[in-house]
Design a protein around this ligand. Structure first.
Ligand SMILES: NC(=O)c1ccc[n+]([C@@H]2O[C@H](COP(=O)([O-])OP(=O)(O)OC[C@H]3O[C@@H](n4cnc5c(N)ncnc54)[C@H](O)[C@@H]3O)[C@@H](O)[C@H]2O)c1
Length: 297
């Protein structure tokens, strides 16, 4: 049988703070395939996440097919808008949520991974995070700071991770990020420069695949997922409508599940995908292929 076999592989999924989003489903799929999985969590969401875990609130969704509960090797604090500790302003460093976790920059996470697992201790990195401070504002109204904030948190963070974690990757390592079709087609309401950030993320996937492929021998891909009512997506304000619209108009009418995206991320991170890099893979029930809404009736 041809299986996704990630036994002996070590993965970090950045952007997990509950069990409702793609990151959690990806972590679970990687664990189902045998990988040991760590996650990285945004400091403002970290305590709530730890409490949910501690109190058993996620036990049902953590249940793996072998009956065990999904567990994380490490839970790293990560604020992906900072590359180094020096980049973190004083008011952030001293903020209660941040003071208790120390260096939660991307470099800080890389140092912790190196200390925990050694110089070449990583096989898989999944970037499953995004943030657009003005996501509810149309592009026509977005401020420079809001636009750059969206690109910084949602696209540059991936470049910074490949820069800092590429050297820690063992041979055949894999980077995967999550993007959305608003990068290439207009999705009214997906504002704040988030569409621009996703366009940058997809373009960078190709360039990083080339550069990091040549430098570190790793692969870089992105999954263009259909809409899912995760916590982040609910902040956009129209996610239910987006989900409904896709199920009415996509080739496949069943609603997209996070597990479907998790399975593709596990495949892309596995040796079965050793020939795939620099690619945007659609996991959206085929919606991207449509050129016209299905007429009613
Ligand atoms: N939900 C959708 O409809 C949809 C569709 C396509 C792509 N995506 C993408 O999937 C990825 C995961 O999002 P999701 O929808 O599963 O929601 P989610 O809420 O599960 O994940 C987003 C995570 O990003 C974290 N985050 C925000 N700012 C951060 C920062 N500065 N540093 C570190 N972490 C930060 C949040 O705490 C959260 O855990 C994102 O890239 C998103 O754009 C989502």
């Amino acid at each position: 049988m041809l299986n996704i076999d990630l036994r002996g592989k070590r993965a970090v999924v950045a952007g997990v703070a509950d069990d409702a989003g793609f990151g959690f489903a990806i972590a679970k799929a990687l664990a189902e395939a045998g990988a040991s999985v760590s996650v990285a969590t945004w400091p403002p969401a970290l305590n709530i996440f730890l409490k949910l875990l501690e109190r058993g609130k996620m036990d049902e969704s953590r249940r793996l097919s072998n009956g065990e509960l999904l567990s994380f090797d490490k839970i790293y604090p990560l604020d992906a808008v900072y590359d180094t500790y020096e980049d973190m302003p004083d008011d952030v460093r001293t903020n209660k949520r941040y003071a208790e976790v120390g260096d939660c920059s991307i470099d800080g996470m890389a140092q912790r991974i190196r200390a925990d697992f050694g110089e070449k201790g990583l096989d898989i990195l999944v970037h499953s995070l995004a943030n657009g401070p003005e996501v509810k504002k149309p592009l026509l109204e977005v401020s420079r700071a809001g636009y750059l904030g969206a690109v910084s948190a949602s696209a540059y963070s991936m470049i910074s991770m490949v820069q800092r974690l590429g050297p820690l990757m063992r041979e055949h390592g894999s980077f995967v990020s999550l993007t959305y079709m608003a990068s290439e087609r207009v999705i009214p309401g997906y504002g704040g420069g988030m569409s621009s950030a996703k366009a940058a993320l997809e373009s960078d996937t190709r360039t990083l695949a080339f550069e990091a492929g040549r430098t570190h021998g790793v692969r870089v891909n992105t999954i263009s997922a259909g809409p899912l009512a995760s916590r982040a997506a609910s902040a956009i304000g129209i996610i239910e409508k987006m989900v409904e619209y896709v199920s009415q108009n996509a080739p496949l009418t069943s609603k997209l599940t996070a597990e479907e995206v998790g399975n593709v991320a596990a495949f892309l991170s596995s040796p079965l995908a050793s020939g795939i890099t620099g690619t945007t893979v659609y996991v959206d029930k085929g919606y991207h292929a449509m050129g016209m809404a299905v007429p009613p009736g």
